[in-house]
Design a protein around this ligand. Sequence first.
Ligand SMILES: NC(=O)c1ccc[n+]([C@@H]2O[C@H](COP(=O)([O-])OP(=O)(O)OC[C@H]3O[C@@H](n4cnc5c(N)ncnc54)[C@H](OP(=O)(O)O)[C@@H]3O)[C@@H](O)[C@H]2O)c1
Length: 296
Amino acid sequence: MVNRHADRTGRTVVITGGSDGMGRALALGRAARGDHAIAIGSSQARGDRLLSDAAELGLEGRIEFVRADLSTIAGNQAVLDHVGRHGSIDALVLGANRPSPKRVETVDGFESTFALYYLSRYILGHGLMPLLSQAPGPVIVNVAGVGATAGQIHWDDLQLRDRYRVVAAQLQAGRANDLLGVAMAERHGDQVPYVLYHPGFTRSGAAAREHVSPPARFTLKVLAAIAAQPVERAIAPIHGFIESPPTASLTAVDRARLVPLGLKTLEPSAARRLDQVTARLLADKLTARAHGDRRR
Ligand SMILES: NC(=O)c1ccc[n+]([C@@H]2O[C@H](COP(=O)([O-])OP(=O)(O)OC[C@H]3O[C@@H](n4cnc5c(N)ncnc54)[C@H](OP(=O)(O)O)[C@@H]3O)[C@@H](O)[C@H]2O)c1
């Protein structure tokens, strides 16, 4: 179906993980196409580099960098407050992630991969829904690992207190994002379509490699040089989703392949369960914080 919003420019596009890798390339690409990109990352140095590269390309003023630690509730809230000043938003692209070799707890008491790779996407998707709903052709694109069936949600130990492994944490958050897409599409997809996108092995993620041991870093670098695709190829479909949002409430794409929505990792009852568990987790944190504030 032809989308009537396809040739529009001047969109506002919010990109988490916009300071590096695919998100950075997407921010520059959207700015070059006449859009306004709000790129979010935690490193001021990477943000400054993005802005100076944009200026060199004649794109000054088309990209904003917002520094925020998206592994914390406060960091996500700061982004919601900042973006709230913009009025409507046309696209939200969720790409922030950073594997952690060791289990780290955030200030809110969540395991950091769960907090950054999944919870942030939950908070921002819900929090920006009112602004997305106002745009003529909005879309949310969650860049993760849909189509893969490895890993699981550890319902009895979501924070991986007993069995933390970097791969298990990444896979759990990946599967949680699959379910997030299903739940969001079920609730809001008629107004704001949701796209789950797995880019495949891509020559990005350089900062993530800094945290692994030197031999593993070398192996990953060699593998990336041989087997990974260039960033521009990985993000080409994301430009397509923004310029011509799907009409279906949920679309799942693993590399160039449409993922059948009946896949076991996209089970609606599991999606509703995770949605409820997450809402409760956040409500408990906010209640505990309110009590703490009152005691002070
Ligand atoms: N690369 C691949 O082969 C591949 C394959 C499949 C799926 N994916 C998925 O695709 C997405 C993008 O991957 P990528 O390779 O482009 O990532 P990347 O190059 O490692 O970039 C990660 C981005 O996340 C941001 N980030 C990390 N920690 C943050 C924090 N605490 N708060 C705010 N921002 C934070 C980083 O910004 P700062 O450094 O400024 O904090 C950076 O902009 C990820 O979700 C990844 O899981 C990647």
